[in-house]
Design a protein around this ligand. Sequence first.
Ligand code: GTP
Ligand code: MG
Length: 361
Amino acid sequence: NNSFKWIKIYYNVDGRLSFANRFKLKVIFMKAKEKEIVNDIELEMENIKEEKAEVKIMDLPGVGAATAEKLEAAGYDSVLSVAVSTIGGLVDASGVGENVARKMIQAARDNMDMGFESGTDVFNRRQKIEKISFGCSNLDNLLGGGFETGAITECFGEFGSGKTQIAHALAVGCQVQDPTAVAVFIDTENTFRPDRIIDFAKGAGIDPDKALKNVKVARAYNSDHQMLLAEKVGDLVKKGLNVKVVIVDSLTAHFRAEFIGRGTLAVRQQKLNKHMHELLRVADMNNVLVYVTNQVMSKPDVFFGDPTAAIGGHIVAHASTFRIYLRKGKKGSRVAKLIDSPNLPDGEAMFYLETDSIKDF
Ligand code: GTP
Ligand code: MG
């Protein structure tokens, strides 16, 4: 009789749905929807959409472990990569017959939402966006009310410009707004300082011990480790932690140190691209603010204007929704400039880095 208990038998033990079962489930939901058992079903459909993001190549018809391995070795690392490939490409890569390849591509395509949603969907999703602030109104105004959840904010600038201080301030600021909020700090350069959390917590008038407890710190020892930690953020959310901010300080240091020389640039950018997409997924799926810091390098070929550029190039720039360029200003101040934001005017904000807060200039 279309009761939900009956539907639940389709879930696997590990909570994921196989491709075939997901399809069956969708049909059941469609039918139930026709019979106007509406609200809860809509909600469940949402869940399925999210599950969909996790469909693996292994779930496609005709793909066993060996085939999946061959495909992966040939660079097919997602269902999307299969969906957009050619039959010949798949046959060459995995040795399957043409018919199987055709079925795999078809199934992969059926499984993808090839990308259209209504303006209303986008509007509703954006209603959930929160702005996180640490009480510096100049910066808040620059960002249209604060640092946005559901997006990546990249902060780049020279050493000592305040990137790491802002990271600490955000870890505390989210807790001032919501006492249950948790900040995740992926620390690649050993720059996390508990003292700074205590200072900012005292400055904001919240319990420093509690503030420290609600910052989950992980030291990343190399770029692979860093990428793995980003993937693990979802687990913290599943455990029930109210993660609001995810910090990666610094985003690019390991990548820069590990891939030296021109010949390795392509590989570095590929890995960085994968990492940025994972972070985007983390931001999007969990409605968290992802804050990443980035160093600058000097551009010897620039004679006019600013001779520095952010590391990571277009890959990092495109994946970030908000990009803040920080520099040292006059009288010990710091100047933040917003670069190519989709919906905010480019502008500048001036502030001071103080011991217990980040204050307007
Ligand atoms: P790199 O990581 O080296 O690229 O620099 P960054 O941009 O992360 O710099 P960071 O955020 O670490 O800023 C360092 C600056 O913050 C220092 O030069 C100080 O001006 C300021 N700062 C750090 N700690 C304190 C503090 O306890 N009190 C005060 N008043 N200022 C501090
Ligand atoms: Mg730093």
